[in-house]
Design a binder for this molecule. Structure first.
Ligand SMILES: Cc1cc2nc3c(=O)[nH]c(=O)nc-3n(C[C@H](O)[C@H](O)[C@H](O)COP(=O)(O)OP(=O)(O)OC[C@H]3O[C@@H](n4cnc5c(N)ncnc54)[C@H](O)[C@@H]3O)c2cc1C
Length: 239
């Protein structure tokens, strides 16, 4: 799995500061933004912390991050796109032939030799069948390549690898990490969320260090998983 940060809003803390500051100021955001170069990082950080404490989170929506994600399964991206406050562009299985498609193998299946052999047999069968079905369709119909692709993709499994670009604003990213970095989340989207989180933290540590799985924000496990190794309550007791 490859997760790259393609871009993010320039001067993110200054944008958040100016957007929020104008709410309480006679000056407009543009004037505040132009003066923000004079402010210390400490001042910006304290102001952002204050916004969090007051729950004034809409200014976080003006800063976005765009990721290029590659080599994840369709099962993973199907979960990703359930997050509605985001923008997506995904590789098409209609315009792109899946003839050379890769397939994700879940680690627990990979570790078990009997399960791995069966899994690979099934994937090989699907790959062969995809090619055979395409040949049949080319022979028996006058459909163009895209029209054939759009129908033969029906036999592809959730394991089929895909590429997707996702843009989320900071407020949605915090929510996404809360849901998907939780140990209750499915392993592949959890790994993906962790990679996105690390990239966000590099750019905006003042905001993202405090983010993460929902138990980090709540100080306890909202899922009621007392035995979870991430449960902050359990960790406190153990300390
Ligand atoms: C561990 C886990 C298991 C899951 N299992 C299932 C499952 O079995 N079946 C299934 O279908 N889904 C499942 N989901 C997906 C889940 O139900 C959500 O669809 C997904 O996590 C997107 O989250 P969201 O709706 O909070 O967020 P987003 O779409 O990211 O929205 C962010 C927030 O905006 C607000 N919002 C967005 N749209 C609306 C709206 N239309 N109305 C009101 N408020 C809105 C909500 O406050 C929401 O939390 C699972 C998710 C997780 C993390």
């Amino acid at each position: 799995m490859q997760v790259e940060l393609m871009s993010h809003t320039a001067k993110p803390k200054e944008v958040i500061y100016a957007s929020a500051r104008q709410c309480y100021s006679k000056y407009g955001a543009w004037e505040v933004f132009n003066k923000s170069g004079d402010f210390s990082q400490d001042k910006l950080n304290k102001f952002i912390e204050h916004l969090f404490q007051r729950g004034h989170l809409s200014p976080l929506e003006h800063v976005s991050f765009t990721f290029a994600i590659d080599g994840v399964s369709r099962a993973c991206t199907h979960q990703l796109v359930r997050h509605r406050i985001a923008s997506y562009s995904q590789q098409s299985q209609r315009y792109v032939s899946m003839q050379d498609c890769e397939f994700v193998i879940p680690p627990v299946i990979e570790k078990d030799s009997e399960a791995r052999t069966k899994y690979n047999e099934i994937i090989d069968y699907i790959k062969r069948s995809y090619d055979e079905l395409r040949n049949i369709m080319q022979k028996n119909t006058d459909l163009d390549k895209e029209s054939i692709n759009q129908d033969i993709r029906f036999i592809l499994p959730n394991a089929a690898c895909t590429k997707i670009v996702v843009t989320m604003n900071v407020r949605e990213l915090i929510h996404f990490f809360a849901e998907r970095m939780c140990l209750r989340a499915q392993w592949e989207i959890r790994i993906m969320a962790g990679k996105m989180y690390n990239l966000c933290k590099t750019v905006l540590p003042e905001i993202f260090t405090a983010a993460g799985a929902k138990c980090r924000l709540a100080g306890k496990c909202p899922e009621g998983m007392d035995d979870c190794p991430m449960n902050p309550k359990k960790n406190n007791i153990e300390k």
